[in-house]
Ligand binder design. Structure first.
Ligand SMILES: Nc1nc2c(ncn2[C@@H]2O[C@H](COP(=O)(O)OP(=O)(O)OP(=O)(O)O)[C@@H](O)[C@H]2O)c(=O)[nH]1
Length: 228
């Protein structure tokens, strides 16, 4: 669990290289993080597997669509404010027939990326049902983010950006549009949840709270993205 995050402080001692390290900095602080479990959820074909492959390998899985069977996972280590954080990302099958399999994994997830496809209205309409399931099966404090995927398909768009924003606001969750094809906002989505969880785990009582919504807005504007 991420909340088990701990700091290991080691004082350099000994000879040779260690000694020279000691002169540079007598105290070396080693930060050790445990894995963050992230789950990808949403209807079949919204692009969960492609989002994961884009984030993990920087590539796009075009061509024939092969639906995920059950559940699969990949690991990726990211840098969050100079700390190494390991994300274990579970890619779930969106098809209804696998729902009971995936429910069993909800409670272990610390973050959920909930996807719909901006060219597929039913996938957006089903988000409310997904959120009901999440509230039933997931941890109370799970970090949820809503993603409108396939933002590169502007000509086929049937769900407006404002509709996604409105729904996200209603449920109090952060939102952005992504494209597994072009990579727009993909890294930002994963980094934002990693930052949120890292801040929760290391937060000092007198420190201001990390504002995930503000962070996303500032980074979206910085990368000059959106709607591509
Ligand atoms: N243009 C475009 N196509 C995408 C994007 N993301 C996924 N696709 C395509 O959408 C189809 C479904 O993608 P997947 O990632 O397999 O969908 P999934 O949500 O994992 O589906 P399940 O495994 O059934 O739950 C594939 O043909 C992808 O090539 C995107 O951002 N843009």
């Amino acid at each position: 669990m991420y909340s088990n995050l701990h700091y290991e402080t080691t004082l350099c001692s000994g000879l040779g290289q260690q000694q020279s390290l000691q002169t540079q900095s007598s105290l070396s602080v080693r930060l050790s993080l445990q894995t963050i479990l992230v789950m990808l959820l949403g209807d079949s074909a919204v692009g969960k597997t492609c989002l994961l492959v884009r984030f993990k390998d920087g590539a796009f899985l075009g061509g024939n669509f092969i639906a995920t069977v059950g559940i699969d996972f990949r690991n990726k280590v990211v840098d969050v404010d100079n700390l190494k954080v390991k994300l274990q990302i579970w890619d779930t099958a969106g098809q209804e027939r696998f729902r009971s399999v995936t429910h069993a994994y909800y409670r272990d997830a610390q973050a959920l990326l909930l996807l719909y496809d901006i060219t597929n209205k039913p996938s957006f309409d089903n988000i409310r049902a997904w959120l009901t399931e999440i509230h039933e099966y997931a941890q109370k404090d799970v970090v949820i983010m809503l993603l409108g995927n396939k933002s590169d398909m502007a000509a086929e768009r049937v769900v407006k950006t404002e509709e996604g924003e409105k729904l996200a606001k209603e449920y109090g969750v952060p939102f952005m549009e992504t494209s597994a094809k072009t990579g727009v906002n993909v890294e930002l989505a994963f980094l934002a949840i990693a930052k949120e969880l890292k801040h929760r785990a290391t937060q000092q009582p007198n420190e201001p709270k990390f504002q995930i919504h503000d962070y996303i807005e500032s980074q979206k504007h910085k990368s000059g993205c959106c709607g591509l």
